[in-house]
Design a protein around this ligand. Structure first.
Ligand SMILES: *[C@@H]1O[C@H](CO)[C@@H](O)[C@H](O)[C@H]1NC(C)=O
Ligand SMILES: *[C@@H]1O[C@H](CO)[C@@H](O)[C@H](O)[C@H]1NC(C)=O
Length: 341
């Protein structure tokens, strides 16, 4: 044991938190439905411009992409979730806009907040080696078909916070909030972080990974022997600006809440997210091996190790549409004729 202790690499305590502007909003899903344009339901996607209907595991996304909507310009990964829609009393739908999180550079366009942490980013960190994802790696979390609470609670780290203000945290629920939220709804997705050490993907896009996260950024449990490799703990926060729709006279007469996912889900149980790794070269490993924390990971800060770009550069990264349909404005039905359940 003494020898092992002597030869272990220096352990780090890095935690990344950064904003990514919206790249595109389309019915595409290269992980779950490769080649389908359109896929079943609408997604909102952030990250690099190699995103397309098909991106197979042989593609090094970090090499193929030429720009990204994320602050850290070496991060060409793609991150996506379903989109939230408001259903008006007359049955029409309107996509709920997203807004950037607190403590970010001004000027980012909608998008999401992305985290890469250790088992926790609090000071009771277990400080084990974190291994970055390999090129071609992808995973999903959640069940887009889930209709019941029993199905949803299997994913204990996918929840909602009813935002009283932009900094509200905690009081997470498995259901979409039942009352109007003064600053919108935050959807939270924590991914599993224990890898089987072999597979870039699996038939269900989940079984090559094992979840030990408990949600709420609590310290995760150790990885099991079947999935021994501790990867970064990836999490998304998406800030849905429901405030234009908070007038209860617009809500259903039966008192139920009016927001539905693009999957048709009116409860919130189908919440899910996809991850497609695409950091350039060793940039993610370099960051996870450092002691940088949040904004201090930027290269212009002492100890910072990652290149950054301006919000204008983030917002300038776009892709051509491959699915030509209206996803915004008032819609008579959800894109894909998805039925509400
Ligand atoms: C996506 O794939 C289509 C069809 O192969 C191709 O024409 C298009 O250039 C690709 N878009 C991007 C952004 O790579
Ligand atoms: C449905 O209701 C919304 C919100 O009140 C309104 O803006 C929209 O025009 C209506 N659509 C139709 C088809 O009446």
């Amino acid at each position: 044991m003494k020898w092992q202790a002597l030869t272990l690499p220096a352990l780090a305590n890095a935690a990344l938190r950064f904003g990514c502007s919206t790249l595109t909003v389309q019915r595409l899903d290269p992980v779950v439905e490769p080649g389908n344009a359109p896929s079943a339901h609408v997604h909102q996607i952030v990250g690099g411009n190699a995103f397309n209907a098909t991106v197979d595991t042989s593609v090094d996304v970090g090499k193929r992409a030429t720009c990204t909507t994320c602050v850290f310009s070496e991060d060409k990964s793609n991150y996506w979730t379903a989109t939230l829609y408001f259903r008006a009393r007359n049955g029409s739908f309107h996509r709920v806009p997203q807004y950037p999180n607190a403590v970010f550079h001004d000027g980012q366009k909608a998008g999401m907040t992305i985290y890469y942490t250790q088992e926790s980013f609090y000071d009771n960190n277990l400080r084990q080696k974190i291994t970055a994802f390999p090129p071609g790696f992808r995973m999903t979390v959640g069940n887009a078909m889930a209709e019941t609470r029993e199905e949803a609670v299997k994913y204990r780290s996918l929840r909602y916070t009813c935002l009283q203000d932009i900094l509200t945290r905690g009081r997470e629920t498995y259901e979409l909030p039942k009352e109007p939220c003064p600053a919108g709804i935050m959807a939270i997705h924590h991914f599993p972080a224990c890898w089987d050490g072999k597979n870039l993907d699996s038939p269900d896009h989940q079984s090559h990974m094992f979840n030990t996260a408990k949600g709420g950024f609590q310290v995760a449990d150790p990885c099991p022997a079947s999935h021994p490799v501790r990867m970064p703990q990836v999490a998304y926060e998406t800030m849905w600006d429901t405030t234009p729709f908070n007038d209860k006279s617009l809500w259903p007469e039966d008192g139920s809440q009016p927001f539905v996912w693009s999957t048709g889900d009116s409860q919130g149980y189908s919440t899910h997210a996809d991850y497609l790794f695409g950091w350039e070269g060793d940039s993610l490993q370099r960051a996870m091996d450092s002691d940088c924390f949040f904004q201090r990971c930027a290269e212009d800060r002492p100890g910072g190790v990652l290149k950054i770009q301006t919000p204008e550069e983030q917002n300038a990264c776009t892709i051509e549409r491959t699915v030509y349909e209206e996803v915004d404005g008032w819609l008579a039905e959800l894109p894909g004729k998805v039925q509400v359940f």
